[in-house]
Design a protein around this ligand. Sequence first.
Ligand SMILES: Nc1ncnc2c1ncn2[C@@H]1O[C@H](COP(=O)(O)OP(=O)(O)OP(=O)(O)O)[C@@H](O)[C@H]1O
Ligand SMILES: [Mg+2]
Length: 336
Amino acid sequence: MNSHSFGIDLGTSNIKIYNRLDDSIFIEKNMIAIQNKRNIFAYGDSAYEMYEKAPGNIQITYPLSNGVIADIKNMEVLIKFFMNDLMKSNVKPADFYIAVPTDITEVEKRAFYDLIKESEVKARKISVVEKALANGLGMDIDVKNSQGVLIVDVGYNTTDISIISLGGIVISRMIKCGGLVFDETIKNVIRNELCLYIGGKTAESVKMQLRDLEAQRQDAVVYGRDIVSGLPVERKIPTRSIDEALLDNFNLIVDNIKIVLERTPPELSADIYRHGIYLTGGGSLVNHLAETIEMGTGLKVNQAEDPLSSVAQGLSKVINDDNYASVAYSIEGMGR
Ligand SMILES: Nc1ncnc2c1ncn2[C@@H]1O[C@H](COP(=O)(O)OP(=O)(O)OP(=O)(O)O)[C@@H](O)[C@H]1O
Ligand SMILES: [Mg+2]
């Protein structure tokens, strides 16, 4: 097997790259900052640092939207930069394994392949792995031999619900709900209850603190702009008000899991009942989501140990374990 291999999970908010050379997973914000419509000002985590703070001549964007590549040119630039950083500017020929969502069109899938081909990263061979299968492998499921596994990946602005069986995808459904939607809900509840505008980053940070705040019986402290006075202020909000608002989002996920379960062949339902649901994706870390799914479906929820990197961990198995090499494929018409 070739020594240079990379596994890429191109998430809408975070890119994760498994590097076979040192068996590590690199995670950065999948963001680019462009100055005066021409110059690349920053990328990755440093672009995110400036997000919502930069002047009008610096545009900071995510090149992916809802799991698909929306801005190919900037995504190519980002891949080139990230790979350059990973290989310490000495880019050598390598094989690439890229995870793709199931519930997108063939044209959108092909765009992932073209991206690597066009990014000047010296790709030798480019293979594609269905994201749900990579997620399963990353959560230690023997995806080739297991029958009926339900995987829920709560990402940035989408949640993927998939049933996998014997190395393939039986059903897959993508809904527009994820970490970003939770942040928007938090922004809205704070605007309605406290008459306060807060930024997306503040909302995200409140979301990440909810579990600890609840354990310490403390309110969330938020800084923003008072709607009436227009002045910067500090306010407090009980975590319970936020939890209640988030429940609608959680229920949307539960309802869609139920829709997928209703369409599942009965023989597979029995296995799903036995194993429970496998929950992953950074968005799944939000407080009370796992219990809400457990209560809403009556199924046990198995939470990924490291929800941000389960796809990349799965890709590492495809790369290193010959038993799982067949999970990767090249899309028809794509040269090796
Ligand atoms: N501790 C945490 N608590 C709550 N949410 C979290 C936590 N850590 C990360 N998140 C959320 O996880 C989301 C990112 O997750 P992830 O990296 O899995 O998405 P992605 O792969 O980039 O997106 P997608 O799969 O939708 O393309 C963000 O919305 C972030 O706020
Ligand atoms: Mg993801």
